[in-house]
Design a protein. Structure first.
Length: 208
């Protein structure tokens, strides 16, 4: 079993970062995401919004992986989230529904308001493989490295891209039927945006 933990501080208020997180698909940094569908969405008696989404992603394998270790190249991901507007916190839990014998990843993301106009994102993941055949540790190390790469790269760049689009959209009036978060506009925006450009800092980065 391997664990991944990381924190990142956004220089944006909690409502905007939370919105960008839920609108992050599709974006050009997440080409591995094939679909994202809302399964259920309800309000709790306390006023929190609880959402369950089903996400289909492509599953990449390392070159050393044995043939047939997984039955197909896609993986279904279950995402369960709760938005607490009173406490200004988002809790999101994701886990893969298939290929669990080869590797199962449980990831928790929390977005909370800190200070004035800033948002702290905390990501934790647990990677477990039950494949055996002397490959358990190698598979778990691969999952750990991939979790760090996705968190530092594609995932954060995708949220940062949507944040930039929201900022620009708030400064411009929208016409009826228009959408500033369409896949085409996101791709064009990403092309014009510098790859290393994002707003925030890393207060902590720890993996084991």
């Amino acid at each position: 079993m391997k664990f991944f933990s990381q924190s990142f501080l956004y220089d944006d208020p909690w409502p905007i970062v939370s919105l960008a997180f839920f609108l992050r698909y599709p974006n050009p940094y997440a080409s591995h995401v094939l679909s994202c569908d809302v399964i259920s969405r309800d309000f709790t008696p306390s006023g929190s919004l609880v959402t369950t989404r089903l996400i289909l992603k492509t599953a990449t394998l390392p070159r050393w992986a044995p043939r047939g270790i997984v039955s197909r190249s896609e993986s279904w991901i279950l995402e369960e989230s709760e938005v607490d507007p009173q406490g200004k916190i988002v809790r999101c839990l994701t886990r893969n529904l298939d290929h669990v014998k080869a590797m199962q990843v449980h990831e928790t993301q929390i977005f909370s308001q800190v200070g004035e106009g800033k948002t702290l994102q905390t990501t934790e993941a647990r990677i477990v493989s039950g494949f055996g055949w002397g490959l358990t540790r190698q598979i778990e190390n691969y999952g750990l490295a991939r979790s760090g790469k996705m968190s530092n790269g594609c995932s954060r760049e995708g949220v940062a891209l949507i944040l930039d689009m929201i900022r620009q959209a708030r400064q411009q009036p929208m016409t009826v039927g228009s959408s500033y978060l369409s896949p085409i506009s996101a791709s064009r925006f990403a092309t014009a945006r510098r790859p290393s450009e994002h707003s925030g800092s890393e207060p902590d980065n720890l993996s084991s």
